[in-house]
Design a protein around this ligand. Structure first.
Ligand SMILES: Nc1ncnc2c1ncn2[C@@H]1O[C@H](COP(=O)(O)OP(=O)(O)O)[C@@H](O)[C@H]1O
Ligand SMILES: [Mg+2]
Length: 306
């Protein structure tokens, strides 16, 4: 049983709805389940008919939910780095460091790596605090990027660590020449080492404990995106879980819907061909509003084999 499940796919295919329904099902089985949205356009709260924040909130016995944000986390991290810098860099360069950090706070790279940080914190609590983690992801490209970040960031952190170690080596040499000052702590270097170790743990958990469920509607563009994502994710060392084909039209339609159905049959055949071994579940187009826990119950039951 893999403990962490990502729901990914094109915008509007039903990721949030299915992630919420799946989490509900796990909680009903008695598992302490956290469902978390990483999509900046959060709609998990809407689907669960409640308001959510970055801190997990218990909505029902065994069910917690949160909407996490890269911007919020980046703000917190910049404050911490600034605090470290106060002790580690000469007073006269602090204003420059401060300026640089406040600019960095809004840069896309900082925001996405901060989002990864927050997700990593939650992943590290799987086991001690949660039995299962369900992630309602941002649309495909963003999710793929987020999942590949641990691998992308590792060499970058290693480079920074080497630079910092060089500076420290020079400091130590000078201190030695001047008659051996005591070794001073280096919070920046400690933080770099800690980040490197955390990234490594996150990579291992994504590889060993996580499944990605690709969600699509039975149309050609979502299919094309799903096929590409499947390749990128598996090349990156992730494992695919059951593929969810959502909003499948019932048989026996006429007119426009009959033509839609022909397209649907073609897509379903291709999905079966590519993902037959991974497993595919079809979810019909449902009539309800699909918001609120009671409305999601039917959907949750359809995810029994996922
Ligand atoms: N099986 C379904 N039948 C009918 N409507 C659905 C189904 N699944 C999702 N929807 C609706 O489709 C819309 C998009 O779903 P959502 O979960 O927000 O997609 P995403 O998170 O992928 O953007 C919502 O209005 C949702 O209620
Ligand atoms: Mg969504």
């Amino acid at each position: 049983m893999l403990l962490i499940r990502f729901f990914g796919g094109k915008g509007g295919v039903g990721k949030t709805t299915l992630a919420a329904a799946y989490a509900l099902r796990l909680a009903e089985q008695g598992l302490r389940t956290l469902v978390v949205s990483t999509d900046p356009a959060h709609s998990l709260g809407d689907v669960l008919a409640t308001s959510l924040s970055g801190e997990p909130r218990e909505l029902a016995p065994g069910l917690w939910a949160a909407e996490i944000s890269g911007e919020e986390q980046a703000g917190k991290r910049i404050a911490e780095v600034l605090e470290d810098a106060r002790h580690a860099v000469p007073r006269e360069v602090l204003p420059a460091v401060q300026r640089h950090l406040s600019r960095a706070a809004d840069s896309p790279g900082t925001v996405e790596s901060a989002l990864l940080d927050r997700l990593t914190e939650l992943v590290e609590d799987v086991g001690p605090r949660w039995d299962r983690l369900v992630v309602d992801s941002a649309p495909t490209g963003h999710m793929v990027r987020l999942l590949s970040l641990p691998a992308l960031l590792t060499p970058w952190i290693e480079g920074l660590t080497r630079q910092r170690e060089k500076v420290r080596g020079a400091d130590r040499l000078v201190a030695g020449l001047l008659g051996g000052e005591q070794e001073r702590p280096d919070p920046l270097l400690d933080r770099l080492h800690a980040r490197r170790a955390r990234l490594e743990r996150m990579r291992a958990r994504l590889r060993d404990d996580a499944l990605v469920h690709l969600v699509l509607v039975p149309e050609h563009l979502p299919l094309a995106e799903t096929l590409r994502a499947a390749d990128t994710l598996t090349d990156g060392g992730l494992t695919l879980g059951t593929v969810l084909v959502n909003r499948v039209l019932p048989a026996g339609e006429t007119g426009v819907l009959a033509r839609r159905q022909a397209q649907q049959e073609d897509v379903l055949a291709r999905v079966a061909e590519r993902f037959g071994e991974t497993g595919v579940v079809r979810i019909p187009l449902l009539a309800g509003t699909l918001t609120g826990r009671a409305e999601l119950a039917d959907l949750a039951a359809r995810l029994a084999s996922v």
